[in-house]
Design a protein around this ligand. Structure first.
Ligand code: URA
Length: 240
């Protein structure tokens, strides 16, 4: 891979900036300054430094964002604020996109990545990836409502897949675990039992809980252990 392509893919700089940095001796390969940015390197083997900083190669990036209210789950939009705007410049250059959607007023765990294949698998209805939502409802949820929500309610002529509902003592809040992701699913499920969501936060996705130390709007890259959980959720048969 060309060194300028590597630096661009890692979100470090543009190709023009790489060429400029090379000319002033700002790029080194295995400790040796290189004056041209079109030389070929093996990012898995060579140690690359850019302006004195070592650049580690990662084919894909996985980010956990604690989504705040008022942002849409999109990469760009002419009118609305997007979750991409919450990232720093380097990460914005990596071609990341949200893996699934949360509504503008839904809070909590959103995974951003540039690994399209894994994202596709995680969202595929075939894989039944679990998503856990913490919610508040307008009215109390009765035992009968709970049974219906868990067994499946009719949305667009189809029953929702079996879900798990853990109610808090007030019966107006709780955790709902779903293994599918229909449009506005939680809100519409509550409407199907004549209730209404007043607060919605995703607290877990594909076996990864939201890091409680992240404030709303904050994000971090997934740890290696979390990345492995995500990959295993997207490739369930590979584990067996
Ligand atoms: N269900 C909803 O209704 N909204 C979301 O944002 C996520 C799940």
């Amino acid at each position: 891979m060309r060194i300028d392509k590597f630096l661009t893919e890692m979100g470090i700089c543009s190709r023009t900036e790489a060429a400029k940095a090379a000319r002033i001796g700002g790029i080194a390969v295995d400790g040796k300054v290189v004056k041209k940015s079109d030389i070929h390197i093996d990012p898995n083997v060579n140690k690359i430094t850019f302006l004195g900083r070592e650049i580690n190669y990662k084919k894909y990036t996985y980010i956990m964002l604690n989504k705040p209210d008022g942002y849409i789950s999109a990469t760009d939009d002419p009118r609305e604020k997007t979750v991409l705007e919450l990232l720093d410049d380097r990460h914005r250059r990596l071609g990341l996109f949200p893996c699934g959607r949360l509504d503008k007023n839904t809070l909590g765990l959103l995974i951003l990545t540039n690994d399209g294949e894994l994202c596709h698998k995680l969202l595929s209805p075939k894989h039944h990836v679990a998503k856990v939502y913490y919610f508040h409802s307008e009215r109390m949820i009765t035992d009968d409502d709970k049974k219906r929500l868990e067994a499946g309610v009719n949305l667009d002529g189809e029953l929702t897949k079996p879900a798990k509902l853990e109610l808090c003592d007030d019966k107006m809040s709780g955790r709902l675990t779903l293994t599918e992701g229909k449009f506005h699913q939680v809100k519409r499920m509550l409407e199907a039992v004549c209730n209404k969501i007043t607060y919605l936060e995703r607290v877990e996705f594909a076996g990864i809980p939201l890091d409680s130390s992240l404030e709303r709007g904050q994000w971090r890259e997934l740890t290696e252990a979390e990345e492995n959980i995500l990959k295993a959720s997207g490739n369930p048969s590979a584990e067996k």
